[in-house]
Design a protein around this ligand. Sequence first.
Ligand SMILES: *Cc1c(COP(=O)(O)O)cnc(C)c1O
Length: 450
Amino acid sequence: MDQTDLIILEKAIQKLKLGFDSFPDSLTENNQKRIEEIILNVAERLQNNYPYFQPNYAGQMLKPPHAIARIAYMLSLYINPNNHALDGGMESSKMEKEVIVKLAAMFGWQNSLGHLTSGGTFANLEALWIAGKLHPNKKIVASELAHYTHQRISSVLGLSFEQVESDQSGKMDMGCLEKILSNGDVGTVVVTFGTTGIGSIDPMTEILELQKKYHFRIHIDAAYGGYYVLADNLSANTKEQYSLMTKADSIVIDPHKHGLQPYGCGCILFKNPEVGQFYKHDSPYTYFSSDELHLGEISLECSRAGASAVGLWATIEMFPLFKKGEFAKNLENCHLAAIKLYQLILTDNKLIPLLEPELDIVVWAVKASTLSKISKISNQIFHLAAKKYNLHLALINYPTKLLNSDWNNVDKDANYVTCLRSCLMKPEHLDFVDELWAILEKCKGEVESI
Ligand SMILES: *Cc1c(COP(=O)(O)O)cnc(C)c1O
């Protein structure tokens, strides 16, 4: 057995067993055979995936869960706690409350209310649901590069939604925002920290200035970028925006994106715990601030995996959420990897970077006379890199009107341009950038000669 994580898991199962008279472990001889047969078939089928956990997977937002999260999650499956109510997941509910306190503390919040969710979508849904309760007849606005989920969620909630244009730096356009605000019907501005496409951060400094005049609620969607609040090496302007996250009313962060967790782990945080009253079904408000809070009383989802809380709790024990800690350093290395790739792109006059990466997402293209030719080359490189060199990148369709002056000499013959995109989310990516670059150079040469 060379999977040492299974050795630890086995030890932990023995320990867990001591707490119970019996344990759900024994397979009968009959079903053991059948289970093995099916599981081996599953293993074969699962070979049909990209190598998400390797550095040469440098495409979409995928980051492997840390071994500690995997082991803790698997261990808790033998109990299968349900964090809907204390009765269903006694210790895992406590763990959930503990991790919520730690996540909120990253943003300087102390008496906030929050819980884990199945993911960022549901967490954002809860944030906008509360926003709608507080401002029932007012609009939700989010930038053009915000996650598409906000528009859809608003529609599910029956709230009106308006898109704010983005500017050529990929951030919410302040002129456009103020124009919309001046109609007086905006209840909540969704501010994105780490847009899914390019990792840009909306200008919180200026949004807070506008808030003084127009009095809206601020919801920060930091599903992707939230943990970067711990990083020390971002640009001065980006760091300033992060330092202002504390002024938001609600924040979404996804432990299953940058927090080393398996899928099924998002988080919603509300600065003011009194919003708990909107979740109320049977219980009086005082219930919400008592130590014996049932998480089901402050969550729209009922049954939720206690295993997610256990996995996250164990991970945070190992990697405390501190600036300059190991976890923070690993994020800093992801940003460094992105900057390194960006600088290599700048050295090559046949390439155009989209923007300097604020976090760890790099977007670029090979120069050509028209946007449609550029799009075609991006597609070719994307396929060639994967097929021939086992390098997995991603593509993004970027709106033409958001392209900056670097693109002045390109004929704008389409409404969008397809660029190459790479999420350098793994700390190993820093060492991998040179290899990635070498493969890109080869692909570029081969595509040019096609
Ligand atoms: C990923 C993401 C979401 C959606 O979260 P899921 O966990 O995929 O449901 C929302 N907003 C942003 C900015 C994201 O990056």
